[in-house]
Design a protein around this ligand. Structure first.
Ligand SMILES: Cc1cc2nc3c(=O)[nH]c(=O)nc-3n(C[C@H](O)[C@H](O)[C@H](O)COP(=O)(O)OP(=O)(O)OC[C@H]3O[C@@H](n4cnc5c(N)ncnc54)[C@H](O)[C@@H]3O)c2cc1C
Length: 403
């Protein structure tokens, strides 16, 4: 049972968001939270949830209704992600890879035929989507990618491998993701940097397979992470997104969206940890008193509340204002992720501390959330990348500080 939550001021996100939140929260309470510890212990990706998430209409939140989507905005997407992550951050991560990294990008960048062909099955949950950008030797420096696609008539031949791909494997048999939004190098510009093209990879394409499943992760264990391998994989021209060599802008824009999504996951993690530490502080007694009477425990709870509220306001404000059609909003996409992810990890840490030995064991959940929160400081861009980007952008746009 997730303890009752504390009201505080309403963020006044509007009726649509409130209704969506209620739907996703009750789904997450019924379908995800009760099995969250078990799927984590078993490293078990709960694929059966996908059609259920499709049924409640959250796999294509930002997609127009004509393709089967909900026609809502990014704020709604962020709230759904927050609610799912409160129950299981690992399910939240896989959900985000599917609905944001794959579906939302396809909606923004795909052509009409591609949207008609791929979106309905992704939105119903019949198919699981992923995004493949990182490689063993190219993470923060993603443009240094080595996976290469060579033009051959009206097709491209892909060779290389991608690493760390969420939803890369979707079952125990090692089946690779059904649809992958893949970035590969198709040329080199005058500065020696990769010219990047986006390909839609489909399960069953010759030369496309899953490599190793990454085992023994610190957290996010119910979300699969895998290597994807491309060996003379033939991709027809209709599976190329946009113009060859021109994907760098939407790759960067995609990272901005991803960072806001990962910040939203931090809100869900923090809310659960705060609720749990708060109720525990009333239940637990030491030296004849509820532990919430001790000043040091009050510091953990009080600071967590203030940090959580500040994080929430920044996340909602960024999600409200971000223009999905534009690149160049990373001051706040990076700012909000830099702040929220570390705050979430610290709140989870405080929850463990308040709960003493019990906080350190799986049954009490917060240790799982602490392990999950750590990933958010790395995935989708490390906190050092955000520090670098923000400092760089403020050097050319210092007026942002006074705005
Ligand atoms: C569980 C999990 C799921 C993931 N899911 C996906 C996915 O679905 N798709 C995908 O494409 N990728 C995914 N990733 C990859 C993730 O985005 C990368 O791990 C991340 O971008 C960091 O890259 P790296 O691991 O290569 O670290 P590196 O880039 O090698 O960084 C190592 C260290 O060096 C620091 N560093 C690097 N460059 C600089 C610099 N210029 N200045 C200061 N410090 C620097 C970093 O901040 C970090 O501390 C996932 C990773 C994990 C662990």
């Amino acid at each position: 049972m997730i303890p009752n939550e504390i009201p505080g001021f309403n963020f006044d996100l509007g009726e649509t968001v409130d209704l969506l939140r209620d739907t996703v929260r009750s789904f997450s309470d019924d379908e995800i939270a009760p099995r969250a510890n078990l799927i984590e212990q078993n490293n078990d990706f709960p694929k059966d949830l996908w059609t259920k998430l499709g049924d409640i209409g959250v796999l294509g939140i930002t997609v127009e209704e004509e393709y089967g989507g909900a026609g809502m905005g990014y704020l709604e997407h962020v709230v759904a992600l927050e609610e799912i992550s409160r129950a299981s951050a690992a399910v939240g991560l896989s959900y985000s890879a599917h609905s944001n990294l794959c579906v939302n990008q396809l909606r923004l960048n795909g052509n009409e035929e591609q949207k008609k062909k791929f979106l309905p099955d992704l939105i119903s949950g019949e198919k699981v989507g992923a995004l493949a950008m990182s490689e063993t030797g190219a993470g923060s420096d993603v443009v240094g990618m080595k996976t290469i696609a060579t033009k051959n008539g009206d097709r491209f031949i892909l060779n290389g491998s991608k690493m760390w791909i969420t939803n890369g494997i979707i079952d125990d048999e090692g089946t690779p993701a059904d649809i992958v939004w893949l970035y590969a190098r198709t040329g080199t510009d005058e500065r020696g940097r990769a010219e990047i093209t986006t390909f839609l990879i489909e399960s069953g394409m010759e030369g496309y397979s899953a490599g190793q499943k990454i085992e023994d992760k610190l957290g996010m264990r119910a979300s699969t992470t895998a290597e994807l391998v491309f060996e003379n994989c033939v991709v027809p021209s209709e599976n190329i997104v946009g113009m060859p060599g021109e994907s760098k802008i939407h790759l960067m824009r995609n990272l901005e969206h991803e960072r806001v999504a990962l910040a939203a996951m931090s809100v869900g993690i923090s809310r659960r940890c705060l609720a749990d530490m708060n109720s525990y502080a009333s239940e637990r007694e030491a030296f004849g008193k509820q532990i919430r009477n001790f000043g040091q425990i009050q510091r953990h709870i009080g600071e967590s509340w203030a940090d959580y509220r500040a994080m929430r306001a920044y996340v909602y404000d960024t999600a409200r204002q971000i223009d999905l059609s534009k690149a160049g909003q990373r001051l706040d996409s990076d700012g909000v992720k830099l702040f929220a992810t570390t705050v979430a990890k610290n709140i989870a840490d405080k929850a463990i501390q308040v709960m003493g030995g019990y906080g350190y064991v799986g049954e009490y959940v917060v240790e799982r959330l602490w392990r999950d929160a750590k990933l958010l400081e790395i995935g989708g861009g490390t906190i050092e990348s955000h520090q670098k980007n923000i400092t760089k952008d403020l050097s050319t746009n210092s007026s942002a500080i006074e705005q």
